[in-house]
Write a protein that binds this ligand. Structure first.
Ligand code: ZN
Length: 261
């Protein structure tokens, strides 16, 4: 009886010792997880606190200038709470190249992919904003002078065009700044996959042929047009540009933002 009692106590003791070691390990394990989570969350919080988001989209409204010949933008309420309906409901009619928008390859290339097929990893990611305040045309020389980092694959071009959007109801201005076909070739050869500009076309109004569009779209470069970059300085940002997923369309309006870290 005594012996078995002794053995029982020893057994119990040894079980307790290993339990304690296990509990100790579990305790410190939990503490490290909690501390790790706190550190990670505070870093994340600091990141979100410090980041600045620039909305580079033009508000779509019926008074916005559109490309000559394109339909005007119609946004109207067909039911209103004021007139006794339970909710406000609106309808929108406009060209897909209205305001801030994306051109997909099928805009100028037969059998090119459409806007709903554009790869999201091109539309989202690091982008370089280049500022050409005095340029009349963006040329390969002006692009070469940027001395872009090798990994740059998204290029946003800011020009005097952006100032035009301070009056969002201005009459379409055909003297906007754009890139020439040689610059389009430079963009393709440099491996740029997305190019953006701050007026309604990436190519000059007076160009007799749509060469700039064709060169870019043939190579699968995504074109973003109608950006407003007034409040953005040159530099590196994270671009998020999401065109409406219009099935089979060659373009679509796109809410676009730049995030500065
Ligand atoms: Zn377009």
């Amino acid at each position: 009886m005594y012996a078995s009692g002794y053995l029982w106590r020893e057994e119990k003791f040894s079980v307790n010792r290993s339990n304690r070691a296990f509990l100790n390990q579990a305790f410190w394990g939990q503490i490290s997880i909690v501390l790790g989570t706190i550190c990670f969350n505070s870093l994340l919080f600091k990141y979100y606190l410090n980041m600045k988001i620039f909305d580079i989209s033009i508000p779509l409204n019926p008074d916005l200038p559109v490309w000559p010949g394109d339909p005007r933008i119609v946004l109207e309420q067909y039911q209103t709470i004021e007139s006794g309906h339970a909710s406000n409901n609106s309808k929108l009619a406009c060209g897909v190249h209205s305001g801030t928008h994306v051109d997909a390859p099928s805009h100028f290339i037969k059998d090119g992919i459409t806007v709903d097929q554009l790869p999201l990893d091109v539309l989202i990611g690091p982008a370089f904003v280049a500022d050409f305040p005095k340029a009349e045309t963006v040329t390969p020389d002006s692009l070469e002078a940027l001395d872009l980092q090798r990994e740059t694959t998204r290029l946003i071009i800011k020009t005097r065009n952006s100032a035009l959007w301070s009056d969002p109801h201005h009459v379409f201005n055909p003297n906007f700044v754009a890139i020439n076909p040689e610059a389009a070739n430079w963009v393709v050869n440099r491996g740029i996959r997305l190019i953006g500009i701050d007026y309604l076309s990436i190519q000059r109004y007076k160009d007799p042929e749509p060469l700039t569009h064709r060169i870019l779209l043939e190579a699968g470069v995504v074109i973003v047009e109608g950006l407003c970059l007034q409040s953005v300085n040159a530099g590196i940002y994270t671009l998020i540009c999401l065109p409406i997923k219009l099935s089979g369309s060659e373009g679509a309006p796109a809410r676009s933002v730049l995030i500065e870290e």
